[in-house]
Design a protein around this ligand. Sequence first.
Ligand code: ZN
Length: 150
Amino acid sequence: MSDLTELYQSVILDHNRRPRNKGEMADPDARADGKNPLCGDQITVWLKLDGDVVSDVKFVGAGCAISQASASLMTQAVKGKTRPEVLALFERVHAMVLGKTPAPEGPHGPLGSLAALSGVSRFPVRVKCASLAWHTLRAALENGATVTTE
Ligand code: ZN
């Protein structure tokens, strides 16, 4: 196992054990629910919007470590970003977990800690676990519908 793989695993475990921004939001501007029936992962995402900026984001969820760590990492990454920036980040993360990003970016690359999710590209069944939070976030930004990965 490479050092990078070990580092990524420790990031995932840390975010699963101590999720950031977890908890309900009292007065949200948008929300969406997401499910990954394949694994049993569930998540609800709440957003506070200040014009075009995601000024706050919270989630609650249950499921495997990848799904919950991904949600925690996501909330850290998108807070303070504009809607177009969040959607662009969604595309980058989605490409990364699908293995379409040519080289691992490393923890100091443009995706920062989100690079920890890159390992799932080798496990197709885990891709939906890692992308669930992102699909749910996009749904909250777009229309607040319930999304499912199936
Ligand atoms: Zn899962």
